[in-house]
Design a protein around this ligand. Structure first.
Ligand code: IPE
Ligand code: IPE
Ligand code: MG
Ligand code: MG
Ligand code: MG
Length: 323
């Protein structure tokens, strides 16, 4: 099942959201407008709005209300990518130059801030005030996740728990909130809101684990962003943790590099090969699959519907995606 097939039934609503985002980032200022439009037009899967739309189908589906959360959620995601590329010093995103590379870090910081501000502004038009603390909490946790990653950067002695806590904050929560808010604005009952929120959390964990696997096995063409950069940047993800545990020689090599990157350069190709041979990809996929299964299980508690099967399909797409 491809993403396009899953999106098929939502096409016209996604296009409406897309138009709305385009209008909203058509900022008053020419540089902010150019930079925001640049990242928007570069593409992206728009998976967070899709989660909002599908979750909203469990209740009273009202696109006008859905827009006021789905647009902010995609904008929050976009803003975090603009900032993430500054932090990760990344030059390519969605197959195009990043804002920090096409303009510079300063423009990227303000563009990210501007997009964040737009997101909160649009949310104020919602008829559901309970969305605000939920959105604010997710934004706050994302910052903590990214800062935790900075703290853990270049440190080889990390536990799986630390990794999971980090990805929960930086990625899973926003996807969880996308599902939860779809249910809130369509006035689903509490048990449905609860199930969708947890569905989104588990799907989001699988999503980031897969992103981390793809960094070692994907190609730049598939991903629209360079592969193999996490380890070089000192970001130790689960596949690397696993390979280090299985291969002491690789562990020492990585540790030497992390302690002194300038003096002990790491060969990306060689490291990727070692990681692949260590069984790390399979182990990481198994971990992602555990989360996919938990996500799908959460759907069992809520009413059968065609939308439910779309959420299951997205969960399994996440476990097997290659972009
Ligand atoms: C990239 O997110 C950052 C992560 C949380 C892994 P996406 O893979 O959803 O990025 P786009 O929006 O499709 O470019
Ligand atoms: C996810 O982390 C970024 C955010 C949640 C902001 P990554 O650094 O892995 O994202 P990519 O790989 O650059 O898209
Ligand atoms: Mg990052
Ligand atoms: Mg990054
Ligand atoms: Mg990544």
């Amino acid at each position: 099942m491809t993403l396009a097939e899953i999106y098929k039934d939502l096409r016209s609503d996604i296009l409406k959201l897309e138009k709305e985002i385009e209008t909203e980032v058509g900022a008053e200022h020419c540089i902010l407008r150019a930079a925001s439009t640049h990242i928007l037009k570069a593409g992206g899967k728009r998976i967070r709005p899709v989660f909002v739309l599908l979750s909203a189908k469990y209740g009273q589906y009202n696109l006008e209300e859905i827009k006021k959360v789905a647009v902010p959620l995609e904008l929050i995601h976009m803003a975090s990518l603009v900032h993430d590329d500054v932090i990760d010093n990344a030059d390519v995103r969605r197959g195009k130059k990043t804002i920090k590379s096409k303009w510079d870090n300063r423009v990227a910081m303000y563009t990210g801030d501007y997009i964040f501000a737009k997101a909160t502004e649009i949310a104020t038009f919602s008829s559901y005030p309970e969305i605000h603390p939920i959105l604010a909490h997710a934004m706050r946790e994302m910052c903590i996740g990214e800062v935790e990653q900075l703290r853990d950067q270049f440190i080889t002695e990390q536990t799986l728990r630390q990794y999971l806590r980090r990805i929960k904050r930086k990625t899973a929560l926003l996807i969880s909130v996308s599902c939860e808010l779809g249910a809130v604005v369509s006035e689903s009952d509490e048990s449905t809101q609860y199930a969708l929120k947890w569905y989104g959390y588990y799907a989001g964990m699988a999503f980031q684990i897969t992103d981390d696997i793809l960094d070692f096995v994907g190609t730049e063409k598939e991903l629209g962003k360079p592969a193999g950069s996490d380890l070089i940047q000192g970001n130790i993800t689960y596949p690397a943790l696993y390979a280090m545990q299985k291969n002491p020689e690789f562990h020492s090599k990585v540790q030497r590099y992390m302690e002194n990157p300038g003096s002990y350069p790491l060969n990306v190709k060689e490291s990727v090969n070692i990681i692949r041979q260590s069984g790390a990809v399979e182990a990481s996929k198994a971990l992602a699959d555990q989360y996919v299964n938990k996500a799908v299980k959460m759907l069992k508690g809520i009413d059968e519907s065609p939308e439910q099967s779309s959420l299951s399909k997205i969960a399994s797409y996440i476990g097997s995606r290659n972009f």
